[in-house]
Design a binder for this molecule. Structure first.
Ligand code: GDP
Length: 298
């Protein structure tokens, strides 16, 4: 996804090779290139500004006498800044002292929440947990069935509202799902919630009500990396509306520019914790900011 950003940055660094020291003009030219590369990759403007200012300041004050030549020094600084933008250190899931641990998924319709619930469920099972997936998305007609199918494929139990009871109340389903997990000895609950095509007051209220009813240990914002700048706007709306503890980037296998998704952690102050990289259950990884930064700067 980030190949064009990668290429642009490495071309910039190439221009610095062989330089014994960097003048202020060299640093400014380099920072300008980095700034353009980030903007062209769709990274949000405030993030780019902060990034460029920080790289400039650090490059100008970098020790000249270190083991690294100036070009390597700039690469190192950009790497560290990228890691910071992506949330710093790898952030592991927080498990509750008294199980079950509740993980709530939030995000727009089509972001990849239901798919992620299956992936997360399978991954948790592989880690020795006994997860329960709760189908609290009653908005999309097929969402409950889709979660049941995904759960079956992942070998993970699913709590769904009983058929024939009308549409039902998603907050009630979520609450009962957590209670069922407690009774049935599941130690982790993943609550799938409804999204809409755009940010919507009713959806946000429902998500906030589900949060209040289930008291989640983690509220993960699932964002489609393909949606461009809307990723940042939507993330901010969910941060304000339900509060979030972490971010999941989905569809990182796509060929969009992806920089907006890279900005979400920085804009919300919540770390990226997982990445979804395809439609299959195994297309899922724990997100490591330093590895992603290395991949971009490779
Ligand atoms: P939800 O509305 O948030 O529950 O979204 P879904 O889980 O139903 O996903 C919407 C669509 O995106 C489905 O067709 C998924 O198969 C697809 N999808 C989900 N995650 C990924 C991913 O990481 N990569 C790709 N390529 N497609 C994905």
């Amino acid at each position: 996804m980030f190949s064009s950003l990668s290429d642009r940055l490495s071309a910039t660094f190439k221009g610095l090779r062989g330089k014994g020291r960097l003048s202020e003009a060299d640093v400014d030219a380099t920072v300008r290139e980095i700034r353009r590369a980030l903007l062209d990759a769709d990274v949000a403007l405030p993030v780019v500004r902060q990034f460029a200012a920080s790289v400039r300041e650090r490059a100008l004050s970098a020790e000249v006498s270190g083991a690294l030549n100036p070009a390597q020094q700039v690469v190192k600084i950009v790497h560290e800044e990228l890691v910071g933008v992506l949330g710093g250190q790898t952030r592991r899931l927080r498990f509750a002292k008294n199980p079950p641990t509740v993980i709530m998924l939030a995000g727009l319709q089509g972001a990849g929440k239901t798919t992620l619930a299956g992936k997360l469920g399978r991954w948790l099972r592989e880690q020795g947990h006994a997860p329960l997936l709760v189908a609290a998305d009653l908005q999309r007609p097929n969402a409950v069935t889709q979660l049941q199918v995904v759960g079956e494929r992942a070998g993970v139990a699913v709590f769904a509202p009983e058929p024939g009871n009308g549409v039902g109340d998603p907050v009630d389903v979520a609450r009962r799902g957590v209670a069922a997990a407690r009774e049935r000895q599941h130690d982790v609950v993943v609550v799938d919630t409804a999204g809409r095509l755009g940010v919507d007051a009713e959806m946000m209220q429902q998500a906030a009500d589900i949060r209040a009813a289930t008291e989640p240990d983690e509220v993960l914002f699932v964002v489609d990396a393909m949606i461009g700048q809307d990723a940042v706007v939507t993330a901010q709306a969910f941060l304000d509306g339900v509060d979030l503890t972490g971010v999941v980037l989905s569809k990182l296998d796509g060929d969009a520019r992806g920089g907006a998704a890279l900005s979400v952690a920085s804009v919300t102050g919540r770390p990226v914790m997982f990445a979804s990289t395809g439609e299959g259950l195994g297309d899922f990884e724990v997100f490591h900011p330093d590895r992603m930064a290395s991949r971009i700067l490779d």
